[in-house]
Design a protein around this ligand. Sequence first.
Ligand code: AMP
Length: 710
Amino acid sequence: MTQQDNKLFDIPADDNEAALREASKRIDALRREIEHHTYLYYALDAPEITDFAYDSLMRELRELEDKHPELIVATSPTRRVGGYVGEQFAPVTHEQRMYSLDNAMDLEELDAWMTKIEETYGHLPELCCELKIDGSSIALTYEDGVLVRAATRGDGTTGEDVTANIRTIKDIPLHLRDEAMPAVDPAFSSIELRGEVYMPKSSFEALNHAAEANGKAPFANPRNAAAGSLRQKDPHITAGRDLSTFIYAVANTASLEVSGQWELLQWLKSAGFHVNPDVAKCKTREEVKDFCKASLEKRDSLAYEIDGVVVKVNSFAEQAASGFTSHAPRWAIAYKFPPEEKTTVLTDITVQVGRTGVLTPVAELSPVVVAGSTVSRATLHNEDEVHRKDVRIGDTVIVRKAGDVIPEVLGPVLALRPDDALVWQAPKTCPSCGMPVIREAGESALRCVSIDCPAQALERLLHWASREAMDIDGMGEEIIGRLVEVGRVSDVADYYSLTQADLEMLDMGRTNKDGNPIHLGTTVALKLLDAIEQSKSRSFDRVIGGLGIRHVGKNTARDLAEAFPSMEAIASAEIDELSEIHGIGERVAKAIWVFFRTPDNVQVIERLQAAGVTMAASTGEADDTPKTLAGLTFVLTGSLDELGLTRDEASDRLRLMGAKMSSSVSGKTSFVVAGTAAGSKYDKAIKLGVPVLDEAQLARIFETGQPPVV
Ligand code: AMP
């Protein structure tokens, strides 16, 4: 600062410097104090001050930093939320590979693993048992004690840089506590720690409630919610998601002067990390199994989801002696809990009419939390299934989530059946339009064949706007329902004639506290109009899929879009021409042919075309990706959490390399890729002898462009 500057403010130079020194001292003290309380709160779970007192310390620090921006440092507790991540997350190569774990599906398999371990070492080594947190794994790199990078697991070798988002998680220290530094080997200026990011059950429920209220798709489970929150482009969104962590590993055990897993957990705690308190150091098999049983019992009462117990050889020296297989350490195993099953009361069986007229019986359940989220409905698929399972209204039923995602009623608890339990009768008429329903020979579904059925129309409208079809953001069930009720929309082409006035004045059928009707309002109306406009340029296959042609799902829609240049070409194709296309059989070909010869459908397509909706395959830039997977058929199952990709994204990438994607496993399937919580497709693959790939192998395909040798 020059003399001149000081004159300007009329403050003598010395005073200015003294003020700065004072501020710097206070800022240091505040940061230390805040970090100390953060440590007490998150690592030790023993807060000493109220939230209010903590917040006022933060406020004072923020104010001082605002006044003296030159004193701001990246590790300040005020600097957790930064700027946008950018279009793409940068790749990060892990210092050491992030392995997955071998599984023991029951206590016998766990016992067998312990026998193997005993043989390897000549004795049963001390074992460290931890809860298996059902979240998303992360690697945190600290250089000279300061957090410099955080990455997802990715394919185990390369993950994505999610530092900006990880910094927003309050229980992750931005720098290691001084007390922990002496144990860091000075030869290592950088250490990589690992753990799990998770979303507490209650935050997950709240997030899903909010999503549903805003017409957004809810997350299937807390694990997906955590993984999704980590991959936000805007760290402010991640900051609002209430994520937490449990840290449990160091990539290179040589970088720390600790001798084993148990000691490592103590060190992590002293360094400021949130370490799960439920751990046990076990000397006998019984102790290990008791820990597993006790953990299973307490599963429900925990604030976060766990899906098993991880058992690790405690000593690092002994771990090193047995090393790793190609994908997992030999010195650890994950004992997986059986899928969570709950009992609840089946209060009713209602009937839903789908967009193609199929009537589906739905179990209405007393709300019950299963695998992390509240379940109040579950499909019963069809009439035969209801009778096969012998579920009656009033029964207590067993519920679980298939593949941890889709709720399923397993059957009744007969001992609890009340005398007045009601046997369900399939309806003879459509609950929506009242027309008689039919059941075609060879089909298990009841179907309403009326063209004017309002329930079918509503489902078609919902499907068109849905994320997997035209993705009209914000156009959810409530708004569509209102648009139908007021008669403004009855088919999908009507979306494109909606005006701002139609939408902003849309009566939502509710009143505010003064008794006045609630309208949609201008802000939402403008957003919706924008989303409708954007939907016009969705790809050709999405438009085909969005039309809701019977038997035409996403994959068939893609096959059609590849085989035909335009909607006109599909519309004029004959049945034999259609059935020649790979993946399309006679039955599907017939349904497509009928669809395009139904005058109402033709008229809707003409209006969509006039509105400017895509009606032909893109003639954009030629795709020059080598088709190294041509001739191979892939099926994806489970969620690809570790790769951080949705199944659609992974499918797109495989397709670009020439692969065919299918939604069901058959003898013709070349590979099944099984992600987390893979479902029945995995079982079928094993039965048929179809090779099953894990996420790391899929990542190799993306990397090399070559199919694996099996
Ligand atoms: P899986 O995804 O079933 O192969 O299980 C392996 C994953 O379990 C690891 O990648 C970790 O992300 C996760 N995990 C959760 N809790 C623990 C724990 N306490 N120790 C080791 N891994 C854990």
